[in-house]
Design a protein around this ligand. Structure first.
Ligand SMILES: Cc1cc2nc3c(=O)[nH]c(=O)nc-3n(C[C@H](O)[C@H](O)[C@H](O)COP(=O)(O)OP(=O)(O)OC[C@H]3O[C@@H](n4cnc5c(N)ncnc54)[C@H](O)[C@@H]3O)c2cc1C
Length: 484
């Protein structure tokens, strides 16, 4: 059933109450690492979807990186046609149940909702979550492999970019093998984003779906080390590189090497998953934890530390509250859970005790960074120095592509000075047939950007292999004519 076959709902949003998704109380959610939001029930999803006024030029669509057909699936939801709505939603979004949970909708689709000017925007993200949870519960997504076209593609890395690219290529008939260096697939969706934002069963659902459609996962295989690129190039018609940006930016102040200065990601992994990590255990129970940084990773660290029993969790970031890079919703969740913030503050030195353990941070206040300002270090305001007591310092300054030695096997692979892989307008690297995208190319970003890159890369790989097939057919035909 197409959305256009339904009549427009009355523009009655003024009379319809806005619904927020169910959310656990801070006291309840601090007792575990489970997701804090629940799904709408059917009636609430319908009521909230009814608020959409079906704009003629919907800005929610324009602001969605996938161009999701939001008003159409909201209309179907309002009318109770959940199956059709979920099917339409999945047509443009490859990992919809994951994006519904992780996208910063307040600066994407919901920021484009015209109701935001007069009331609360339609809760698009929560309705998307409801629809996709509904589809998963009722086993609605077709799980048969598409007819094969005879070509094989290797996807290196199983984060959101790798999974999305594999999904898009499989739909087009490619035999896809995903190589993943870890023993668990999912990339940062599993070993980064905490379970209180994204339950791991949601990722497992998507992985299982891909397996059923015939995508092969080869785990514990580090491309370039366990498997040479030469071998991969012989075995596969094209390759998509989706290694992510795993190298953590360091704290570069005196004392940064003291015991108790710990990188953010292994700390989050250790507390949110059972995955092995290579750094010593950082026990936070009863401790005063200071988190450095103002992005999503910093928020996740604060909230993880509080759940793990920290006495206090304090965030030090150089921006002001309005300029915080983290998702607003997650910042507010961190505040609700008891995190405290020192805005416009810069660490100058980590202070140690006589045993060489962290005891505090010498900090200074700074002017707020101008809008659009990059990473230039602001100047401390004279006389504003103070000491922030700390038992543990978690460094959450973001990530960059790692100039790993194994990529050197691809001698001709062009990279920029930060180690990020360079691609042309078709997302092809300087090595023909090898494509790349997501954090490995752009640096750290959002899941929605990873998925968008991956979908584009899949389309470009398809076009490249199609052209190759045409050239080969043409060469066969000319040989045939010549031999007659
Ligand atoms: C703590 C944290 C919280 C975040 N929260 C959010 C959020 O709320 N919302 C949001 O939109 N984004 C969030 N992000 C960002 C998001 O997770 C990333 O942008 C996204 O995961 C990048 O996807 P990717 O596929 O490029 O890389 P990754 O997810 O990093 O996956 C790369 C994969 O490649 C594998 N790999 C690397 N080298 C090799 C090799 N040689 N051979 C085989 N495999 C290899 C790695 O093991 C990994 O599994 C968060 C990130 C972090 C760290």
């Amino acid at each position: 059933m197409s959305a256009s076959s339904h009549s427009n709902p009355a523009h009655a949003w003024r009379d319809l109450p806005h619904h927020e998704p169910p959310k656990r109380s801070p006291a309840d959610r601090l007792a575990d690492f489970l997701e804090i939001y629940g799904s709408f029930d059917e009636e609430t999803a319908r009521q909230e979807a009814r608020r959409c006024i079906q704009c003629p030029e919907p800005q929610c669509v324009a602001m969605c990186p996938f161009g999701n057909r939001i008003p159409e699936w909201l209309l179907l939801t309002a009318e109770g046609h959940f199956v059709e709505a979920a099917t339409l939603c999945a047509q443009t979004s490859v990992l919809p149940e994951i994006c519904a949970r992780l996208c910063p909708q307040d600066c994407l689709c919901e920021a484009g909702c015209i109701l935001a000017e007069k009331s609360a925007p339609v809760a698009i993200g929560s309705i998307e979550r409801f629809l996709n949870d509904y589809a998963a519960r009722h086993g609605l997504e077709p799980a048969q492999p598409a007819p094969r076209n005879g070509c094989k593609v290797a996807v290196l890395g199983s984060g959101p970019a790798g999974l999305a690219c594999a999904s898009e290529l499989e739909r087009r008939g490619y035999a896809v093998t995903v190589f993943e260096s870890h023993s668990t697939p999912g990339g940062l969706l599993v070993s980064g984003v905490p379970a209180f934002k994204l339950d791991k069963s949601v990722v497992e659902y998507r992985l299982e779906h891909l397996r059923k459609r015939g995508v092969e996962f080869r785990l514990g295989m580090k491309a370039g080390a366990d498997l040479t690129f030469d071998r991969l190039r012989q075995e596969f018609d094209a390759i998509f590189l989706a290694f992510g940006a795993p190298r953590a930016r360091k704290l570069e102040v005196p004392g940064a090497d003291l015991v108790g200065v710990v990188p953010a990601l292994p700390f989050i992994i250790r507390h949110n998953t059972g995955l092995p990590v290579e750094v010593p255990q950082a026990d936070v129970a009863g401790k005063r934890v200071v988190v450095l940084g103002g992005g999503d990773t910093a928020m996740d660290c604060l909230r993880t530390a509080i759940r793990a029993g920290a006495r206090e969790a304090v965030c030090i970031c150089r921006r002001d509250e309005a300029g915080l890079r983290a998702n607003r919703r997650e910042y507010e969740n961190a505040v609700e859970e008891g995190a405290r913030f020192r805005f416009q503050t810069l660490p100058l030195e980590v202070i140690g005790d006589p045993e060489g353990r962290v005891a505090g941070l010498r900090c200074a206040r700074v002017e707020p960074a101008p809008v659009g300002e990059g990473t230039a270090t602001p100047q401390p305001i004279p006389g504003s120095e103070y000491v922030e007591p700390a038992d543990l310092v978690l460094v959450a300054y973001g990530f960059e592509a790692s100039p790993s030695a194994y990529l050197n096997q691809l001698g001709e692979l062009a990279r920029d000075e930060r180690g990020s892989v360079m691609v042309d307008e078709h997302l092809m690297t300087s090595v023909p047939g090898i494509f790349a995208g997501s954090d490995l190319v752009r640096g750290p970003g959002l899941v929605v950007q990873s998925v968008r890159d991956a979908r584009r890369a899949a389309a470009e790989i398809h076009a490249y292999l199609d052209q190759r097939r045409l050239r080969e057919n043409w060469a066969d035909q000319t040989d045939h004519v010549a031999s007659e």
